[in-house]
Design a protein around this ligand. Structure first.
Ligand SMILES: [Zn+2]
Length: 347
């Protein structure tokens, strides 16, 4: 099969387009023939080995997101047949947890003791074929394209967890969405607006803020030349925002906490611009703030957002479509931050 392989961690040059043997499936496993691959900033972290704790077995195939059809099923697989349109769940669970009472048994399969990740501990989606076990396969609704499906899972489902499940955004609340141009940011704007909130989007360029308005943001802040705290205070008559959806980290996270109202909530899922952040704990508890987080999303949330996209209530924003063999260019585009939404590759 064709695949983008890495033989060492490092800059985007380590991505090589090769012919290799497709994975062989065993009992309970499913081979998916991928048509599209969704790109995520997380892939760049794994490629560069900047996450430290990830010890990759090389050679390796990256990729946490993609859509395609079932090509082969192993013995014992009952819910899927050859030809079904599916996508792999990126947070892979064994389906049989070593703990009797674990979050995975309560439907939160992305918070499991046996938590595992596609494209990290096992070969991912930068290939014609990917192997996954049956509990980690998501059915794609009829009428939803492979391109939209591959652009939905990480951005939309993570944003749903941040805004609805963890952030508990309610109608009429003021919600700041940082990094409006990212996949998660562009999705969070739509989901917060759908929940009836007034959305204040922040980004580093006016172009991105124009796009954010088109997705449902009522107010915008350019954090390269405006203070998030000052602008949010002006927009809320000095009260502060009810919720901040945050995936940037560093100074943006510090500003976001200061921009919250009394009893405000901050919901985070990333820190690409600064992983270690100093927090003023006096301000934090005097304002009685809450900080919550998610790490991707469970299968059930993925199924729900795929349905909402199919119904046209949410719209994945696809910035660019490239062929699989141009993965290096795709990684370079993502690293440049000169994009809005998702980059998707066709296999
Ligand atoms: Zn578990």
């Amino acid at each position: 099969m064709k695949a983008v392989v890495i033989h060492e961690c490092g800059p985007s040059d380590v991505l090589t387009y090769e012919d290799i043997d497709p994975p062989k499936i065993g009992p309970g496993e499913i081979l998916i023939n991928l048509k599209t691959v969704g790109l995520n900033h997380f892939d760049l972290d794994v490629r560069g080995d900047i996450s430290g704790y990830l010890q990759l077995k090389l050679p390796h195939i990256l990729g946490v997101e993609g859509a395609g059809v079932v090509a082969e099923v192993g013995s014992g697989v009952s819910a899927f047949s050859v030809g079904d349109r599916v996508m792999p769940q990126l947070t892979t669970s064994s389906g049989q947890c070593r703990r009797q009472i674990c979050n995975c048994a309560l439907g939160m399969d992305n918070i499991c003791e046996d938590f595992d990740k596609l494209g990290v501990t096992r070969w991912g989606t930068y290939a014609e074929y990917v192997k996954v076990s049956e509990p980690n396969v998501i059915r794609i609704p009829d009428g939803l394209s492979d391109l939209d499906a591959a652009a939905t899972q990480v951005a939309m489902a993570t944003a749903w967890e941040l805004v609805v499940t963890k952030g508990k955004v309610k109608q009429g609340e003021d919600v700041v969405v940082n990094a409006a141009g990212s996949g998660v940011g562009s999705a969070a704007i739509q989901i917060a607006a759908l929940a009836g909130a007034r959305v204040i989007a922040t980004a580093g360029s006016d172009d991105k803020l124009d796009r954010a308005r088109q997705l449902g943001a009522s107010e915008v802040i350019n954090y390269t030349n405006q203070s998030i705290v000052d602008e949010v205070m002006k927009m809320t008559d000095g009260r502060g925002a009810d919720v901040v959806i945050e995936c940037v980290g560093g100074n943006i996270l510090q500003q976001s906490l200061s921009a919250l109202c009394l009893n405000g909530r901050l919901s985070t899922a990333g820190a690409h611009a600064g992983e270690k952040v100093e927090i003023d704990m006096i301000e934090f508890f005097r304002k009685q703030l809450t900080m919550t987080s998610t790490h991707f999303a469970p299968v059930s949330t993925n199924q729900m957002v795929l349905k909402l996209v199919k119904e046209g209530k949410l719209r994945p924003v696809i910035e660019k479509i490239l062929p699989l063999k141009e993965m290096k260019a795709a990684h370079d585009l993502l690293a440049s931050r000169r994009f809005f939404g998702k980059v998707v590759l066709e296999v």
